[in-house]
Design a protein around this ligand. Structure first.
Ligand code: W6P
Length: 364
């Protein structure tokens, strides 16, 4: 069929990894549309074929549905004419696509949990498959969001914003907001006695900081999401440790550091560390340490307790623009999370799924 041939053709092309500088430079609707029109068909086509690499995918209702949604996206973007003088039809298509993609992440995480049980796929292969899929999903979401922001500028938005990017993002401020949010979630989930102290400190006195605050171009939503996710885990473990040994102070300490090329954030807790046997499960989409009934969902749809998709997704947000996220556990003492982000927009380049992580993935 025509569509399948087009999909195979586009999937065979290389997506271009874009830098934060290019995202910031594509300010006009014409530039953002050109970027999205070039990249989206390639990326959607590769995801369609990525689903087809999974033996047994047609037996999964959710995989069939996600395959259908991506095929619709592909068809819509290929059928719309890119007329830079008349962008309404393009805007309508991007709007439709954005609406369609809302449920993709939970659908896929569920589908893969089921496939692991029925088809016996290995855990590592599933993590690799979902990491590749979701990394691409973050990139296409960035492209569509930036286009919408340029086509329909939000008059109320602050001037330092270009779409979802804030070119003077203040990481210390975001950490403080995330800390307040995490404490609120913690009190809601347990009760008022579950009070965790979260301190935020930073190295702003360095000589190369012209202003008194660290600022860098970044997507504040990503940073907030990552920080809330890390803090939810640290806070939960801290509350449980405090219940076991009342009277002992176990503050969570966030430290923000920066040099001209990187921003680094450390989240230190004193909750006893991650047991060795659970170390890999932290990054798995398959596990939740809490029972289903005990999971309490916050507004972002992520459970306070249990791992679910929050931590692996946080690591992808960090990696997406060239950063990283690592955890180190000191058994019996506590856990340190290290988040590194690129500070220069020319170095903050999209990480895209590699072909080997998608196609040669032996699943069993
Ligand atoms: C813990 C378990 C965990 C997971 C992720 C981040 C921090 C922490 N702390 O005890």
């Amino acid at each position: 069929e025509f569509l399948q041939a087009e999909v195979v053709f586009f999937a065979g092309r290389e997506p271009k990894s874009i830098t934060l500088r290019q995202i910031l430079d594509a300010k006009t609707p014409e530039q953002a549309a050109t970027l999205a029109y070039r990249e989206l068909p390639i990326r959607y086509a590769q995801r369609i074929l990525q689903i087809e690499t999974l033996p047994g995918w047609q037996a999964s209702q959710e995989l069939v549905e996600v395959h259908r949604l991506y095929s619709e996206n592909f068809k819509d973007i290929r059928l719309v004419e890119l007329n830079l003088k008349e962008l309404e039809p393009f805007t309508a298509v991007i709007g439709t696509i954005k609406g369609r993609m809302k449920e993709v992440i939970p659908m896929l995480a569920n589908a893969m949990r089921n496939l692991q049980q029925t088809e016996g796929y290995s855990e590592a292969a599933i993590v690799q498959w979902l990491d590749a899929f979701f990394l691409s999903r973050i990139g296409t979401e960035m492209l569509t969001s930036q286009y919408m922001a340029s086509a329909k500028p939000d008059v109320t938005a602050r001037r330092r914003r270009v779409g979802v990017v804030d070119y003077a993002c203040d990481p210390v401020n975001i950490c403080e907001q995330a800390a307040r949010h995490a404490r609120k979630l913690c009190k809601q989930h347990y009760d008022d006695s579950a009070d965790v102290e979260i301190l935020v400190e930073s190295s702003i006195a360095s000589s190369f900081e012209i202003e008194s605050r660290i600022r860098f171009p970044y997507v504040p939503n990503y940073l907030f999401y990552i920080m809330v996710e890390l803090l939810k885990n640290s806070a939960r473990a801290t509350v449980e440790a405090q219940q076991e040994s009342p009277g002992q102070r176990r503050s969570i300490v966030i430290t923000v550091g920066a040099d001209p090329s990187e921003v680094a954030i450390r989240v230190l807790d004193q909750a006893g560390g991650i047991p060795f046997h659970a170390a890999d499960k932290v990054w798995s989409y398959m596990y939740s340490t809490a029972s289903k009934a005990a999971r309490n969902f916050d507004e972002q749809g992520t459970p306070l307790a249990g791992y679910g998709v929050g931590l692996p997704l946080s690591r992808l947000y960090a990696r997406y623009l060239g950063g990283s996220l690592h955890l180190q556990s000191l058994p019996g003492v506590g856990t340190c999370a290290y988040l590194y982000l690129k500070r220069l927009e020319s170095e903050a380049r999209e990480e895209l799924p590699t072909r080997s992580s998608v196609s040669s993935c032996s699943l069993v």
